[in-house]
Write a new protein. Structure first.
Length: 317
């Protein structure tokens, strides 16, 4: 969308009025920032100018930017007082692949992009299931859960004790779910049925987040609810193992890694003493990187908007 805007207009002015209460936005001086409307989402004013002769796709238009912080009344006064010519605009330099339309500074983008994406490493992935009725189909023990489910079933529906499954509902909060596709809004059954019933290893991660903190990563041994690892937009399940298909009758499971990336990781990580790392060692490396404070701080802006990229190891240790 950002690329489309930049390639469709001749000049774009972006006046960011902020006021996003979803993330408790504050002004740079630490004071409270208010919305110009009675809404939770932040507000911006965009003036996009299109000349008769459009910008070619190879030449993106000029984009300029300015922040307005503070109280609602002060923002109203600013908007009444200022003109496009009077604003001290900052010229943006959007570039692929994200084409940011706000100042980002020196974020180490080239170094970050040089890493591999977990979305590419994990061959198959899926968002978590969503119930629309947590209070009825999520529970702590079988007896109370069955009682709760029974209260919402029609006279022609019957309880099925075998549908109760263990699930990771929230970080460090494993519960039971009455896993019935006829009740759950989005069960993700086709994907969940591929997961091992025991000894699973699943990376839970949001693709993006609206939150201010970079903490939307977790690990589970089983399938998870949509908002488990990331509560503002939802999280994905990226399993290390999937059940073996008919082509591998002698194996109970298969590794859910892209073969090309796996071989490259094993090649550069091979150690004379410890040998070639297996899928668990590679998973541990990824999870360790995701929980590195320096990594989170340095690449925070990128970790908010897309599946995270992991640096290639430069030496075995």
């Amino acid at each position: 969308m950002r690329w489309r805007l930049l390639s469709s207009f001749s000049k774009i002015y972006i006046l960011n009025l902020h006021g996003d209460s979803n993330i408790s936005e504050k002004a740079p001086d630490g004071s409270r920032d208010h919305n110009v409307f009675d809404i939770m989402e932040g507000v911006s004013i965009i003036v996009a100018i299109a000349h008769k002769d459009p910008v070619s796709n190879s030449d993106l238009c000029e984009a300029v930017y300015f922040d307005v912080w503070g109280g609602r009344e002060s923002k109203y006064h600013y908007l009444e007082r200022e003109t496009l010519k009077g604003v001290s605009w900052e010229r943006l330099e959007p570039k692929e692949p994200y084409y940011f339309l706000k100042p980002k500074g020196n974020l180490g983008e080239d170094k970050y992009q040089a890493g591999f994406s977990v979305a590419d490493l994990f061959a198959e992935k899926s968002t978590g299931y969503y119930t629309s009725a947590d209070q009825y189909v999520i529970g702590l023990d079988r007896k109370s859960l069955l009682t709760s489910v029974k209260s919402v079933l029609s006279e022609n529906e019957f309880l099925n004790d075998s549908l109760i499954r263990e699930t990771t509902f929230r970080p460090f909060d494993d519960r039971l779910v009455y896993y019935d596709s006829n009740i759950l809004s989005r069960s993700r059954r086709k994907f969940v049925e591929k997961l091992p019933l025991k000894d699973g290893l699943v990376l839970l991660s949001g693709k993006s987040t609206k939150g201010t903190d970079i903490n939307h990563f977790f690990v589970s041994s089983t399938f998870s609810e949509l908002k488990c690892a990331e509560s503002t937009k939802g999280s994905y399940m990226l399993p290390v193992y999937l059940l073996a298909d008919g082509l591998n009758p002698d194996k109970s499971h298969r590794v859910n890694f892209d073969l090309k990336i796996l071989k490259q990781l094993q090649k550069i990580s091979k150690d004379p003493k410890h040998g070639t790392p297996d899928e668990v060692a590679i998973f541990d490396y990824i999870y360790g990187v995701l929980h590195c404070p320096g990594y989170r701080e340095t690449y925070a802006e990128f970790l908010k908007i897309d599946f995270h990229r992991i640096p290639w190891q430069t030496k075995p240790d």
